[in-house]
Design a protein. Structure first.
Length: 104
C-alpha cells in the first residue's frame, strides 16, 4: 500500500525546493505540523477515501481510515464520512466505521 500519487508528487516537489535538506528532515517537519496545515488537506483525504470506495479497495480504505483516526481523531473521520454520504457515496466495506458513523 502506498500513499496517493498526488501526495508523492507533492513530497518530491518539496524536496526539490530545498535540495540541501534530507528527505528525513522534510518528513519530520511535515509530521510535526506542516502537512496538517496544508491548504486543502481535508479534500485530499476525502478524495482518497472516495477513490478507495469507487475502486472497491476495502482493505486500502480501512488502512487509510485507521491512519486518519490515529492522526486526526474520530471527529475528523466522522466528518469526512458524512461528507461522502452527503455526496451519495456509500461506504459498503464491513467494519470500516470504527468511530461511529456509516456502519456497513
Amino acid at each position: 500500500m502506498r500513499l496517493p500519487r498526488a501526495l508523492d508528487e507533492w513530497f518530491v516537489q518539496r524536496l526539490d525546493l530545498k535540495p540541501e535538506a534530507s528527505a528525513t528532515e522534510l518528513l519530520v517537519s511535515l509530521v510535526h505540523g506542516g502537512l496538517r496545515l496544508r491548504d486543502g488537506y481535508m479534500a485530499v483525504h476525502r478524495r482518497s477515501l472516495e477513490h478507495y470506495v469507487a475502486t472497491g479497495q476495502g482493505e486500502a480504505y480501512r488502512l487509510y481510515r485507521r491512519c486518519l483516526l490515529d492522526t486526526f481523531g474520530a471527529q475528523y473521520v466522522d466528518h469526512l464520512e458524512r461528507w461522502l454520504a452527503a455526496d451519495g457515496i456509500a461506504v459498503t466495506f464491513a467494519d470500516t466505521a470504527e468511530s461511529g458513523s456509516l456502519r456497513a
